[in-house]
Every structure is written in structure tokens, then in C-alpha cells.
Design a protein around this ligand. Sequence first.
Ligand SMILES: [Fe+2]
Length: 184
Amino acid sequence: MLKLEPFIEECRAAASATDAEKAVRELVAEAVSDPAGVAAALREPEHAGFEVLHRARDLTILNFAWAPWMCFKPHNHAMWSVVGVFSGREDNVFWRRTANTIEAAGARSLGMGDVTVLGRDIIHSVVNPIGKVTRAIHVYGGDFFVPPRPRSEWDPETLVERSWNLGDSKRLFLQAEARSRIPD
Ligand SMILES: [Fe+2]
């Protein structure tokens, strides 16, 4: 079973390593190679959203719970990140900037035990393609809530860039959760 405090300490040490992303990736990969052990170590989420496991200037660790069939708008992080899925599935679409907007450039579907590293300037959107909550550990190379430079999101319909809005992002989780509870 994952031991949370040692995991956080190891991630803190890795974050100050020369190749921090790679070092953190290895730690997250090792953790989610035992999905049941991660699930047992973390609180079962009552709601879709994210729980802060660790927050510092150089490192944030979040326990993510994507609502069933949830779609999350394109956004960047302005810092590297590592995603490790330990339950369900997280479909990522990767986007690249064009002259005035963004265009889809690739995709990666992450299932239980899969890990990916997102570079500092990556733009992605996320879909949970299944009818149950998807759970993942997300580690960020900075303070997720106070990025070192302005973070952007893109309107999911028009793909027009705008400033990242944390409150709107939190609302999307609650709306998606509410929709998933509508009876058939
Ligand atoms: Fe993201």
C-alpha cells in the first residue's frame, strides 16, 4: 500500500533534482503500479474535484476525481506536471497554438497504472469517457494555485483564449457530478 507521507517526501526531494519531471514520473509510476494501494492510501472522494495532498512553492500534489463522462476545457499549467491514473480512464487531447487560436495536435488515453509527463507549455483538455469516477494523482512542478506566469484556458466551443478561472474550473466538476446523478 502507498505510504502517503514518504511518497510526498520523495516527491519533494525529486522536485529539486536536476531532472525533476523524470524523477517524479518514476515515483508516480511506482505508486500507480499498485492502483489498489493508492486507492487505499487516499481518502475516497465525496465529490468530483481535487484534494490538495501537498502544496508548496515548487511542488503541488493533487488527488483528482473526474466525474463520470466529464469533459474539461483546454488549459495550460505554466509548469510541468505528471499524471498517474489509478482508477478509471482519463482521455487527454493535446493542443497546439495557431496564429489566433489552438488546434488539436494529438491524444493519449490513460488507463489504470498509466503515467504521463506534461511539459511546462502543454495545452490539454480531459475527458472521462466512462460512467464512473476516474481517479488520478497529479503532481505539478510549482504552486498549482499561484502559477509563476499567467495560466490560460480556452473556451471549449470557440477555442478563444482567456485567463484561467479557478472558480469556473471547480464549478465544472460539480456540474458534471450533478449531471451524472440524473437517473436514466
Ligand atoms: Fe491540466
